[in-house]
Design a protein around this ligand. Structure first.
Ligand SMILES: NC(=O)c1ccc[n+]([C@@H]2O[C@H](COP(=O)([O-])OP(=O)(O)OC[C@H]3O[C@@H](n4cnc5c(N)ncnc54)[C@H](O)[C@@H]3O)[C@@H](O)[C@H]2O)c1
Length: 254
């Protein structure tokens, strides 16, 4: 264990089977949290749980489909029944689609919004009765594309990530009376299975790197460290903000 700063916390991390959310789950466990790894992908979740427990941390898997309200309510009830509290939530699970505006059907638009934006809303609604008993911290994983308009994912993804920033501010204001802080992270392009999809050619990658002053694509661990800060007592006077994790890429034009 790296530290005990999250000892006593129970954290639900959606999307924990893969990529950035997996790295966040591992990082929170390293600092003492019991982590409920919540994902559609049970096999991937088991891998994350095994990695945490083999390193001496505490974690368990929970099946969740954030696209379905009943599944979300069931998953949070299951975590609470098992642990008696939920003090941290990371809303990380999301999907990406690459069709641009002319080809984007209503079905595809609704599919992406239902998971990325409505899914996060469902998790906020489901966690509130549990978290309001103890207070807590929530981190929502948005994206720089929600600020810049992006240049790669489609309009549904970009709009869902912009919506998450507004939802974060709303939730920060609404939950403050319950001692719950809510913040968002906007990662820039990060090396994960998500960025291995679509037209991710060497040329696209070179163009993405060229826009980053630090000269490299982000890693899941770059974002995990910021998530740790936002759920720790060190950030106790911060709520309703969005932190960019972009290697210095502050201009959103490309
Ligand atoms: N990778 C990037 O470049 C990048 C950049 C900015 C923001 N983000 C955001 O970071 C987060 C993690 O992205 P990633 O790149 O690690 O992606 P990823 O595809 O590696 O992981 C996403 C996880 O979400 C899960 N998931 C998808 N739909 C679900 C559902 N309906 N219910 C439950 N789980 C579901 C998947 O099974 C997967 O484990 C996402 O919110 C993404 O939008 C990623």
């Amino acid at each position: 264990m790296k530290s005990d700063r999250l000892t006593g916390d129970v954290a639900v991390v959606t999307g924990a089977a893969s990529g950035i959310d997996r790295a966040i789950a591992i990082e929170l466990a390293r600092h003492g949290a019991v982590v409920a790894c919540a994902d559609l992908d049970d096999t991937g979740c088991t891998r994350t749980v095994d990695e945490i427990t083999e390193a001496g941390g505490k974690a368990f898997g929970v099946h969740i489909d954030i696209g379905d309200a009943a599944s979300v309510d069931r998953a949070f009830a299951e975590v609470f029944d098992r642990t008696g509290k939920i003090t941290v939530l990371v809303n990380g699970a999301a999907v990406t689609r690459f069709s641009q505006l002319p080809e984007c059907s209503d079905e595809e638009w609704n599919f992406v919004m239902n998971i990325n934006l409505t899914g996060a809303f469902r998790c906020l609604r489901a966690v509130h009765p549990y978290m309001s008993r103890t207070g807590g911290r929530i981190v929502q994983i948005s994206s720089t594309s929600g600020k810049s308009g992006g240049s790669w994912a489609g309009p549904h993804y970009v709009a869902s990530k912009a919506g998450l920033i507004g939802l974060t501010k709303y939730a920060a204001g609404y939950f403050v009376k319950d001692g719950i802080r809510v913040n968002a992270i906007c990662p820039g392009v990060t090396e994960t299975p998500l960025t291995d999809q679509g037209e991710h050619t060497a040329a696209t990658r070179a163009q993405q790197v060229s826009g980053v002053p630090m000269g490299r694509i982000g890693t899941p661990e770059d974002t995990a460290g910021v998530a740790l800060f936002l759920v720790s007592d060190e950030s106790r006077y911060i709520t309703g903000i969005t932190v960019d994790v972009t290697g210095g890429r502050y201009m959103y034009g490309n």
